[in-house]
Design a binder for this molecule. Structure first.
Ligand code: IMP
Ligand code: MG
Length: 171
């Protein structure tokens, strides 16, 4: 069973606003966007296209912790960065901020390279689920504590290719 939460149209509208904030904050300064695979690949593509600043590059990192609907607690990182982020503006792009464990460990990991500026941009924020203190800099939507799928987000690797975001229920 699934129930629609955000249509693709609403998502695109919000992404334009987030991109405008990023453009306002960084003007034409160089930015390295770091897409957190796999969940953020669609969101990253859309926000990256909406950024007017053309002094931007894209890199990828893989983080995983979830098994079906449960966070396993330990974060596996695979680093695909092909550029040195030392002294650069970096924005991590993630699909959803949940317990905060993934972004916290990603920020710690990337901070080892001493970027000039490290920001985080998330499409969804489930504040009620936080296990570690963490606030993102750019947030698409705050959502309640329910499992969501679509627009890159998966349940057991499925449903990433839905263009809308749905609540998954019926457990
Ligand atoms: P955190 O480490 O608990 O903050 O979890 C972040 C990661 O968990 C995200 O990158 C997602 O891959 C996954 N996740 C958390 N909540 C959901 C959800 O409702 N649907 C799908 N994936 C989720
Ligand atoms: Mg993810």
């Amino acid at each position: 069973m699934k129930r629609i939460l955000f249509t693709n149209e609403i998502i695109q509208k919000r992404i334009k606003e987030l991109a405008e904030s990023i453009d306002k904050d960084f003007k034409n300064e160089e930015i390295i966007f770091v897409c957190v695979l796999k969940g953020a690949f669609i969101f990253t593509a859309d926000i990256f296209k909406s950024i007017q600043n053309k002094n931007c590059t894209i890199e990828f990192i893989r983080a995983s912790s979830y098994i079906k609907q449960e966070s396993s607690g330990s974060i596996n990182l695979i680093n695909y960065l092909e550029t040195d982020i030392n002294n650069k503006n970096v924005i991590i792009v993630e699909d959803i901020l949940d317990t905060g464990l993934t972004l916290k460990s990603l920020v710690e990991f990337l901070n080892n390279s001493k970027p000039k500026n490290l920001k985080t941009c998330v499409l969804l924020d489930k504040k009620a689920r936080r296990k570690v203190e963490f606030e993102a800099d750019y947030i698409g939507f705050d959502i309640e504590d329910k499992f969501v799928i679509g627009y890159g987000l998966d349940y057991d690797e499925k449903f990433r290719n839905s263009s809308h975001i749905y609540y998954l229920s019926g457990k």
